[in-house]
Design a protein around this ligand. Structure first.
Ligand SMILES: N[C@@H](CCC(=O)N[C@@H](CS)C(=O)NCC(=O)O)C(=O)O
Length: 211
């Protein structure tokens, strides 16, 4: 499998999941500004939207969208490593992948991280996003993970919440979320993915500074 990713972007959720499940993959870094891979290819040929993550399967098919990719990877992982096995729990996994993808990733952090988003859009996103954070905080206060065990939804949530530090979202106001995030970043798959991608991110920033 090939993973097209940008350092510290949402694609890190797939890297975490691959590490967690012990699945081998080839990683191709995409510059989110130029839409080129480090080896000079036009990433839009792979995903016309230019958005990471994208994967290419061993049979050559391309898949995009976090929720779909994470479930595809979970399907290739040892049973129970990234996704539960009952229909009900699978639906709960889907519920959390949708929540993280739509309410947190796109609706809350999307405008906050977009340098072109108007201040009003950022303020609106922050205000609207509070209900989701409050719900999550109450839920995580009594739970170790989103489901009974670690799942691909935790990989996605840990990735997205990690962006809070560069936004006005103050996770210190949410003790349940803060404790969850600390636990997750101490997990070997998350710690490894974060350490590797942070250094790639810093290298990318250094390259851009010289252009
Ligand atoms: N709906 C997509 C969104 C993916 C997405 O927003 N990717 C961001 C990184 S977190 C991206 O590639 N941004 C580059 C850009 O907006 O040009 C999914 O869930 O996979």
């Amino acid at each position: 499998m090939e993973l097209y990713f940008s350092p510290l972007a949402c694609s890190m959720a797939t890297r975490i999941s691959l590490y967690e499940a012990g699945i081998e993959a080839t990683y191709f870094e995409v510059d989110s500004k130029t839409k080129r891979t480090r080896d000079g290819r036009d990433f839009r040929q792979i995903n016309p939207l230019g958005l990471v993550p994208a994967i290419r399967t061993d049979t050559g098919e391309v898949l995009t969208e976090n929720a779909a990719i994470l479930q595809y990877v979970a399907g290739r992982a040892p049973s129970g490593a990234l996704a539960p096995t009952t229909d009900w729990e699978r639906a709960r996994l889907q519920q959390w992948l949708c929540f993280v993808g739509t309410e947190l990733h796109k609706a809350l952090f999307g405008p906050l991280l977009d340098p072109n988003a108007p201040d009003g859009a950022k303020a609106y996103a922050l205000e609207k996003g509070m209900a989701g954070l409050e719900m999550l905080d109450a839920y995580l206060t009594t739970r170790e993970f989103l489901l009974d065990e670690f799942s691909a939804a935790d990989a996605y949530l840990a990735t997205v919440l990690g962006w809070a530090v560069v936004t006005p979202v103050q996770l210190s106001k949410f003790p349940g979320i803060s404790a969850y995030l600390k636990r997750l970043y101490a997990r070997p798959s998350v710690a490894r993915a974060f350490t590797e991608e942070r250094s790639l991110y810093l290298e990318e920033q250094a390259r851009r500074a010289t252009i």
